[in-house]
Design a protein around this ligand. Structure first.
Ligand code: PEP
Ligand code: MN
Length: 285
């Protein structure tokens, strides 16, 4: 216990020094695999379905998004649904599907962990853990993720201030894991035309506070498929290191978040536009 506290103190001292000299060239690059990284010059596009519904569905999405240029794949098997009666994901029976997807396509795979007790087992099947918006405040989970070396994609809670978001990231960082990727995914507002209010200014603010790469999730950030493309392009123009997009072969039949999922064609067309925006801001995809 004493050792852990001392490490946190050492981390805190280092952080204070970082604040004095936040050099652009010091920015952290998080590696998802030997050839995929987030935080460098290259934009990292992560795509996949909200939930893995079957192996056939997952492999079809991967095949299409990979061909369109997605570097990493997302797919949830543990789903934090508002209603306990909604589809909760395949659970640990989905591990096999993650393994087969990895074997077939080789792309790094990101999946949400909701329960500390699943960490060890899940670590064998994913390249990065996603911490969802609803778990950003789960400090015991964050501390445990800090003791592992695997990348963590930490999503901002829909009710978190930037200070709270940074604090959550520091729980992981200060416990020894520097492979944290921040994800802006929208916060609650008073307007119901979009599901959440995507806070793109957070990209600039977060860059001043942490060295970690920052990505944006315009799918949850808007909740409406036709708003995903403009917000994805805006995120890259505003300096995000990547985006995470929900894609489904037939969004109207999706078991979760169909309204915000892009079709294969819509994703392909988004990638072509992203290429231009990335080049315009000195990045590439
Ligand atoms: C998700 O990425 O599928 C998800 C549930 O997102 P969030 O935690 O941001 O709501
Ligand atoms: Mn979703």
């Amino acid at each position: 216990m004493k050792g852990v506290v001392t490490d946190i103190e050492a981390y805190k001292t280092r952080r204070e020094q970082d604040r004095v000299a936040p050099f652009e060239s010091d920015r952290k690059v998080v590696r998802l695999s030997s050839d995929v990284a987030i935080g460098g010059k290259e934009i990292c596009v992560i795509a996949g379905p909200c939930s893995i519904e079957s192996e056939e569905q997952f492999l079809a999405v991967i095949s299409s998004v990979k061909e369109s240029g997605a570097k990493a794949i997302r797919g949830g098997i543990f789903k934090p649904r508002t209603s306990p009666y909604s589809f909760q994901g395949l659970g640990s029976t989905g591990f096999n599907i993650l393994d087969n997807a990895k074997k077939t396509f080789g792309s790094p795979i990101i999946s949400e962990v909701m329960d500390q007790r699943m960490l060890e087992e899940m670590a064998e099947h994913v390249d990065a853990f996603q911490v969802g918006a609803r778990n950003m405040y789960n400090y015991p989970l964050l501390k445990d993720l800090g003791r592992l070396n695997k990348p963590v994609l930490l999503k901002r809670s829909m009710m978190a201030t930037i200070e709270e978001f940074v604090g959550a990231a520091e729980y992981i960082l200060s416990h020894g894991n520097s492979n944290v990727i921040l994800c802006e995914r929208g916060i609650r507002s008073f307007d119901s035309n979009t599901r959440f209010c995507l806070d793109l200014a957070a990209i600039s603010v977060l860059k001043e506070k942490l060295k970690q790469p920052i990505i944006v999730d315009p799918s949850h950030g808007t909740g409406v498929a036709r708003y995903v493309e403009p917000m994805a392009l805006a995120a890259i123009a505003a300096g995000a290191d990547g985006i995470m997009i929900e894609v489904h072969a037939t969004p109207e039949k999706a078991l979760s978040d169909g309204k915000q999922a892009l079709t294969f064609d819509a994703f392909r067309s988004l990638m072509l536009k992203l290429d231009k925006v990335s080049n315009a801001v000195g990045r590439s995809i």
